[in-house]
Design a protein around this ligand. Structure first.
Ligand code: IDP
Ligand code: MG
Length: 143
């Protein structure tokens, strides 16, 4: 997900481009303002944290871009592309390392496990919105 700060800062294309250039496959994509109830469900693991209220108001503050991304090791690869949660610790070359300063404005989200990925896809997408297709580069991306 490109969070609302990423949309406002005009780096949606840059972020999607990194995903595409890596070779991962985008199988669903949507821009919308996430409802507060949806944001709370998405981040329910953090509901007792001191930053929960500000996190919910941040991710619902404007449109964000949600994607379902497919590929070998997609979860760990996307976490690596995004970089560390705190942009101060994120390496150059990662999205957070290149485009963010503070944890509370860290531009992107990615699921942290296959189970959380399935759960989050279910929160944000209908199965009918997810495209099942092959890309012509797969023959050269995978041995
Ligand atoms: P992740 O996004 O790298 O998975 P999590 O620990 O799951 O990181 O935290 C979810 C989101 O909550 C972060 O991406 C960030 O936007 C926000 N967040 C986490 N810790 C803090 C904090 O200490 N202050 C403000 N916001 C935070
Ligand atoms: Mg997380």
């Amino acid at each position: 997900m490109v969070k609302p700060d990423g949309v406002q800062r005009g780096i949606v294309g840059e972020i999607i481009s990194r995903v595409e250039k890596k070779g991962l496959k985008i199988v669903a994509l949507r821009m919308n303002v996430i409802a507060e109830s949806v944001a709370k469900e998405h981040y329910n693991e953090h509901e007792d944290k001191p930053f929960f209220a500000s996190l919910i108001s941040y991710v619902t503050s404007g449109p964000s871009v949600s994607m379902v991304i497919e590929g070998k090791n997609a979860i760990s690869t996307m976490r690596t592309i995004n970089g560390a949660t705190n942009p101060a610790d994120a390496l150059p070359g990662t999205i957070r390392g290149d485009f963010a300063i503070e944890t509370g404005r860290n531009v992107v989200h990615a699921s942290d496990s296959v189970d959380s990925g399935k759960r989050e896809i279910g929160i944000h997408f209908e199965m009918s919105e997810i495209s099942d297709y092959s890309k012509i580069d797969e023959e050269y991306l995978y041995e």
